[in-house]
Ligand binder design. Structure first.
Ligand code: ZN
Length: 240
């Protein structure tokens, strides 16, 4: 099975549209989304609709989705994220709220487990940023591969390895457990403004990242026009 795995769309419809076009060219068997559909950006409802139009096989709950529907405490977030969550709550329809409320924390596809943040405590929204944090998660994995989002930074953790992708080449996940952060569609944070997603081929146990250019300037402008914090627009220009 060939999957396109996306995460952290963050109400950025310009980015999601570009990624949708890119995925259409990949001829995948299924699309999977690891959560944070909304938050930060100016088009929450449109992102929910576009995601649905992609007919994803699995869609998970992210911390911003959970806070938007009033569950995760907004004090968990920094001030700009908090302002965006409150704004999103006032600009999203009942149907979209119902959709977000129904999303699960954990999912499974062929050969892999899926979670937005960490398998150790999926609703605690911990970050897996270090080899030590990754090694704790390995103990919670029955499958040999775990796909995650949340940090917005692409990385592949093995038991003894740490690989940051620098291109779209195919990486074979050798035997042993791996945790793969697919990066962010709508708010990349690793110094490159392009959207990221990932192609996973379960037959060959391979992953390859995709880097997609989109209309960053329009996404930024909409954030500012919406009255959201300017910093949330500006950071898109630089991918941080
Ligand atoms: Zn996120």
């Amino acid at each position: 099975m060939k999957y396109a795995i996306i995460s952290d769309l963050h109400s950025n419809i310009e980015a999601l549209e570009a990624v949708k076009i890119s995925i259409a060219k990949e001829r995948v068997d299924a699309v999977v989304c690891l959560g944070d559909i909304v938050g930060y950006g100016a088009n929450p409802s449109e992102c929910v609709s576009m995601l649905k139009s992609m007919e994803p096989e699995v869609v998970l709950l992210g911390n911003h989705d959970d806070a938007t529907v009033g569950r995760t405490d907004i004090n968990y977030f920094n001030i700009n994220a908090r302002r965006a969550i409150i704004w999103t709550g006032g600009h999203i329809g009942d149907e979209e709220v119902k959709y977000l409320e129904g999303l699960p924390l954990v999912g499974r596809i062929d050969g892999a487990v899926l979670v937005h943040s960490s398998l150790v405590d999926p609703s605690g929204w911990d970050y897996v940023l270090t080899a030590r944090a990754a090694s704790r998660c390995f103990d919670f994995m029955e499958e040999s591969i775990c796909f995650i989002g949340h940090s917005h930074s692409p990385v592949v953790f093995g038991r003894e390895s740490y690989t940051v992708p620098d291109g779209e080449h195919v990486m074979v996940l050798e035997d042993g457990k791996h945790i793969v952060n697919v990066g962010s569609v709508g708010q990349p944070r690793d110094g490159d403004p392009r959207s990221r997603y990932l192609i996973y081929d379960s037959t060959g146990r391979t992953v390859s990242y995709r880097f997609v250019e989109y209309d960053v300037e329009t996404a930024r402008e909409k954030i500012i026009q919406a009255g959201l914090p300017h910093a949330l627009g500006d950071r898109l220009l630089f991918g941080h």
